[in-house]
Design a protein around this ligand. Sequence first.
Ligand SMILES: [Zn+2]
Length: 424
Amino acid sequence: MNAHVAGYKLRGSNAASIKVHNRAIVIRALLRYGPLSRQALVQLTGLMPSTITYAVNHLSEARLVREIGKDRSATNTSAGRHPILIDIRTDAALALAICMEETSVCVGLVNLKGGLEMTETLPVRQGIAPTEAVRLAGQLARQLQARVDGGRLIGAGVAAPGLVDPATGVNEYASYHDWHNVPLAAMLADEVGLPICIQNRSRAVALGEHWYGAGRGIDDLIAIVASEVIGAGIIIGGRIHTGRAGRAGEIGHTVVVEGGPLCTCGKHGCLEAVASIRALASVARSVLGAHLPGIDAAPDSIVAARVLAAAAGGQPGARVIVDNALHHLALAVANLTVVLDPELVILSGSLFSAADLGLPAIAGTIDAVSLAPWERRPKVALGMLGPHASLVGAATLVFEQLLERGNLLAVGGVDAVSSVTVQG
Ligand SMILES: [Zn+2]
């Protein structure tokens, strides 16, 4: 059990929880460095050989790992034989991943190695009713569920917009769609018939990148997700930082321009109102119409993509608009790194599609405001999970809970029937 949780919840350890913890360590070691022999797992984890054998046997019975052959590059010194390599199975446990984007609902199936096996998407309009968004997600989920062996599905992970309380599954507020206190996890559980793990989308992306992407092996990182909205997923000590009530990371609604443009949350001058895709599109329509004909009626995402491409190509008007947005974003992110001292900042989302602009702007500002010596300053990298980072992140919520609890627990504290358990 994690020390941070133990410290706050006064949760002790018993024999059963230690077994679950050890199995989780084996899975994490395999995800990070696998495939590995039992011998290598002993060296990496510091656990006793008998403990590793017991954990691997149990995970093998749960169909989460398997032997994949001999490691010809190494020799077991006591017996003179090549050790057997263990790896994560990709043909067993699958998570259904649901992402509520601003402009679409995406559903996918993700295996335990982070592989997105299939995905379906439907567009949505701003202000869509939660019941309609959930109905669309259910429709897509059933399409995917019909294509796989249902026994592989161990749960559903949801990456949701806005303020989400992962404990209650309630989406308290999503300004873009104007959702208030929507019991999103319960509604989706009814639709898809699986236990639900839910988080704010930026946090899901951060966890996905931490498990499978640019943040592998790095326990202190911030993922900045910038598209139609802007959020931050914060990982501290290998754990998602949620804050007291699940609201940490709302960097998009920090005020960066006093009296600035109106934000969807009702405040003026939020970072999201000056640096999001929507903000770029809005400014471009008002000042760049003559240079980028046809942008008046185009969707925000199309307009912003054209502005970013024009800026990357050296169009001066577009460059001014993009540089202004990146300036505010970079300052906000750099200030966050001064407060949190992460090892890595991961940039994800369509705002960073012109990587030559976004990454240097943010890295340069972090360097300018950092108090740390050069070699200890946070590194900046583009996310590695691409446009489906939210889906992989949503699935990772399910895998994280499977490892941490030993089984899946439905939102609200009721044990869910799961086809896979690593408890025992
Ligand atoms: Zn705001």
